[in-house]
Ligand binder design. Structure first.
Ligand code: ADP
Ligand code: MG
Ligand code: ZN
Length: 508
């Protein structure tokens, strides 16, 4: 009897995860994509609607020029090529929040293609990171489409037995940004989303607010044996509502698929939902039941032409993007990459920092104070930097006071504590106080009386004969000891520049 050679069994480490993301971003235009209804979150249900966005027969869509410009600007910021001609298409499916029975989207001729985002990773990592610790994630396409309405399952009188529909959101302009299957872990997906959101926010075309649904993400996940070119069967995890949950959902899904295959099963193509409370994904529907959307060109809209001239106009409105800005700030202000990363987290913050740094005597000190004094206090108070009681102008002012020796580092810390004291005590979101106000009121007593300082320096020198001997024998680092003693004797209130000068003179 012939025995068949059994292939070596695969282990968990033999599998490579593959992830591609589809991100929907709502554009912040004043009006909707095909009608003049207000494009506004939070209005009374069904108040921003008209025959066009309600999908009444016979109504005609008219494309919003601003929506095209916003979409093209986002595409350019994501390094995509904008097609001169793109085509709107009907994507047909039934859903209660889709009164027309189809969604106007783009299909085989999208607005833009061939983009990329560079994400940070460990240098030369196994998944394609380069020597500088960056990995380029491809963007397949960016297309325009309209949003659907919203089904409401709770929050009104008979919501236990009924679902209500709010159609304010129908016709909100969206861009869908589809990545190549270049991501290899939940962490990489998280990094990609963070960079993507940051770039979108810099362009100003969206507020990127996940709670309000302005940014939504579907994650496609598969695994394959390492070395295999062909992609494995994917599961699509729908509508995860925070980047952290996307990371968790992907990590869970990778494990689930590997376990399934190792146990002799096969992954089926399906849509899954993530339950963040349980940290698991659940099957929602299989692709077999999924729709054939019967796409066809939208007969009520002409092909969209964004010619070279219009593209150039749009491109001229591109702001400096986060990555370029970080590099420039490192060069211009002598700050670290890490400082620059924190200080460019939003465009407003970066603007504020730059104006503070330009106004201050020493930009590096401004950056250090942001990192050293501000960030920790913000974190402890649970605040974003945009909500900081101490403004960037306040940080610049404090930096100059220290720079000029008008206050000590210890006094600065105390002043920052006072600025934040209101925040810690308030339960109703009181904002604390800015630095200038606190400084004017507290005006810390800086000991700048040279006679008094000389007296204290004399006392310290008399009390430290051994250290004086060491200093005079050439151990100049003892200087710090003497300055420290004087500062201690004055509870940190002596003018550090004067102390240095006097100690140096007396010992020298
Ligand atoms: P669909 O037609 O099912 O929407 P697409 O080809 O349009 O699939 O791809 C949608 C997203 O899924 C893209 O981000 C793509 O990179 C990703 N993707 C496609 N195939 C796979 C796969 N086998 N594993 C992981 N991601 C995938
Ligand atoms: Mg898709
Ligand atoms: Zn309308």
């Amino acid at each position: 009897m012939a025995t068949l050679a059994t292939p070596p069994a695969l282990t968990r480490a033999d599998f490579e995860p593959v992830i591609g993301l589809e991100v929907h971003v709502q554009l912040l235009t004043a009006t909707k994509i095909f009608c003049s209804c207000a494009n506004q979150f939070g209005s009374a249900p069904n108040s921003n609607v008209c025959p066009v966005c309600l999908g009444m027969p016979g109504s005609l869509p008219v494309l919003n020029r601003k929506a095209v410009e916003f979409a093209a600007l986002a595409a350019m910021a994501l390094n995509c090529r904008v097609n001169e001609t793109s085509i709107f298409a009907r994507k047909n499916y039934f859903y209660p929040d889709l009164p027309k029975g189809y969604q106007i989207s783009q299909y085989d001729k999208p607005l833009a293609e061939h983009g990329w985002i560079d994400v940070a990773c460990s240098p030369n990592n196994a998944t394609g990171g380069d020597a500088n610790g960056t990995k380029r994630i491809g963007i397949t396409r960016l297309h325009m489409e309209e949003d659907a309405g919203k089904s409401l399952h709770d929050g009104f009188a008979d919501s236990a037995s009924k679902t209500a529909i709010d159609l304010n959101r129908t016709g909100t302009p969206l861009v869908e940004i589809v990545s190549e299957p270049d991501l290899r872990s939940g962490d990489e997906a998280y990094e990609y989303l963070t960079r993507l959101r940051e770039i979108i926010l810099y362009t100003g075309v969206s507020d990127g607010n996940m709670e309000e649904g302005s940014l939504r993400c579907d994650a496609n996940v598969s695994v394959r044996p390492r070395g295999q070119e062909k992609l494995g069967t994917k599961a699509e995890i729908k509508n995860v509502n925070s980047f952290r949950f996307v990371r968790e959902a992907i990590a869970y899904e990778i494990e689930r698929q590997i376990e399934l295959i190792l146990g002799g099963g096969t992954v089926v193509q399906e849509t899954r939902l993530y339950n963040s409370a349980e940290g698991r994904t659940y099957s929602m529907r299989s692709k077999e039941q999924a729709h054939d959307y019967r796409y066809f060109p939208e007969p009520d809209l002409l092909p969209l032409v964004v010619d070279t001239k219009w593209q150039a106009e749009i491109r001229s409105r591109l702001p400096e993007l986060p990555e370029a800005r970080r590099a420039r700030m490192v060069a211009e202000y002598g700050i670290t990459e890490q400082d620059a990363g924190v200080l460019t987290a939003s465009r407003t913050l970066a603007d504020q920092f730059e104006s503070a740094a330009k106004a201050a005597k020493n930009p590096k000190r401004v950056a250090n104070l942001v990192q050293g004094e501000l960030m920790g206090r913000l974190k402890a108070a649970g605040l974003e930097i945009e909500q900081s009681p101490v403004s960037m102008a306040g940080v610049a002012m404090s930096a100059d006071l220290v720079e000029e020796g008008k206050i000590s580092g210890k006094q600065l810390k105390e002043l920052y504590d006072i600025c934040f004291a209101g925040v810690a005590q308030s339960e109703n979101g009181a904002r604390g106080e800015d630095f200038a106000a606190v400084y004017e009121r507290e005006k810390p007593q800086q000991l700048s009386d040279s006679v008094a300082i000389e007296k204290i320096v004399d006392e310290v020198i008399t009390a430290s004969p051994k250290q004086v001997e060491q200093y005079r024998a050439g151990k100049t680092t003892m200087m710090a000891y003497f300055v420290g003693q004087v500062m201690k004797a004055t509870k940190g209130q002596a003018n550090p520049a004067m102390v240095n000068e006097v100690v140096g003179r007396k010992l020298g």
